[in-house]
Ligand binder design. Structure first.
Ligand SMILES: NC(=O)c1ccc[n+]([C@@H]2O[C@H](COP(=O)([O-])OP(=O)(O)OC[C@H]3O[C@@H](n4cnc5c(N)ncnc54)[C@H](OP(=O)(O)O)[C@@H]3O)[C@@H](O)[C@H]2O)c1
Length: 311
């Protein structure tokens, strides 16, 4: 099969098409023919080697954690049959930038009716990040006031929709060029970060979700309600230090580390079926255009998501 892989860490040019053996499904796994693969910032961080101290891989390494495709082969007692349309976040072994992948059944979910393969591939990692940040911790309840920083990006665009689906009042932070987009996601109020510092506004929030990790607990503490929580997607030393004081502070600091989960993806799929969550795909690329796709995502200017169109 064809796959887009890196043979060493480096720039976008390290992404090369290779021929590699078709993966063989083990017990409890399903072989999926990939139709589309989502691209996430973590993919370029791994490619560049900036995460090699925490995430070391053997080469050639096939990046990609988000896939949507059709079941090619499954076990006798499987809930997934050949021909089923499925999507998944892959575990940290990656392998999504390819024509086929084996996936543990527990990570798979059927693609909801009316959702395209590109939309499905755009969803898992970013949507699961938002859902797991909000729901698993029980932090977002009906009527809560929530602020999403970076609302126009992959994680942020799902965060706004999922928080609205959970009944929260959502204030979104984005640049002016993305304001209409962010309102279209359901935001109640949008703050243009190029004009106004959202950490200086009068409103107070139960949760500040820093989806793009461009602010900090120290700066956001002021706009948290007295028992509010700041959650970031990229923890740094400052955040970890503040987090150690959570047990004596009312205003908490925390971070999310997304986990692949078919059960959580089913919650997202249900929201998609009910029309509460819809991925926005800015652009799609062929696998052969890997370097161009990574150059785009590294600009940090993507609206919604970018994906690979595999077949
Ligand atoms: N911990 C985890 O489990 C986890 C999971 C997923 C993602 N992440 C991390 O979370 C971060 C965001 O991921 P993503 O997929 O959402 O990224 P993304 O889609 O690439 O984010 C791009 C968006 O961010 C907006 N943006 C850029 N600078 C901004 C700023 N200063 N203030 C507000 N918005 C800004 C851009 O809008 P404008 O052009 O309008 O500025 C653009 O729409 C990445 O660092 C990623 O690695 C972590």
């Amino acid at each position: 099969m064809k796959a887009l892989a890196i043979k060493q860490y480096g720039g976008p040019g390290q992404l090369q098409l290779i021929e590699t053996a078709l993966p063989m499904p083990h017990r409890g796994e399903v072989l999926v023919r990939i139709h589309a693969a989502g691209i996430n910032p973590v993919d370029y961080k791994i490619r560049s080697g900036s995460m090699k101290w925490v995430y070391r891989r053997k080469f050639p390494f096939i990046p990609g954690f988000d896939i949507a495709g059709v079941v090619e082969q499954s076990g006798k007692k499987s809930n997934f049959n050949p021909g089923d349309k499925v999507f998944a976040m892959l575990p940290f072994s990656g392998g999504g930038y390819a024509e086929f992948v084996t996936v543990k059944e527990a990570l798979l979910c059927h693609v909801p009716e009316g959702v395209t393969m590109k939309e499905a591939a755009a969803t898992p990692l970013a949507a699961l990040t938002a859902l797991q940040a909000f729901e698993k911790s029980g932090r977002v309840r009906e009527g809560d006031h929530l602020l999403v920083n970076g609302a126009s990006g992959g994680v942020g665009s799902f965060a706004v929709q999922i928080a609205k689906a959970m009944g929260a009042n959502v204030t979104a932070v984005s640049s002016a060029r993305n304001q209409d987009f962010v309102y279209s996601l359901g935001a109640d109020k949008v703050i243009d970060y190029t004009e106004e510092d959202f950490t200086k506004i009068k409103m107070r929030f139960n949760t500040v979700f820093d989806a793009v990790a461009k602010s900090s607990y120290r700066r956001c503490r002021r706009i948290l309600k007295k028992d509010g929580t700041y959650i970031t997607t990229v923890p740094n030393r400052g955040l970890l230090l503040h987090r150690t004081f959570n047990f004596i502070r009312k205003k908490k600091a925390d971070f999310i580390l997304v986990k692949a989960s078919g059960d959580d993806l089913a919650i997202i799929a249900d929201m998609m079926t009910r029309g509460l969550v819809r991925p926005y795909v800015q652009q799609s690329f062929l696998l052969s255009e890997g370097p161009k796709a990574h150059e785009l995502i590294e600009t940090e200017r993507v609206r919604g998501k970018v994906v690979f169109h595999v077949i």
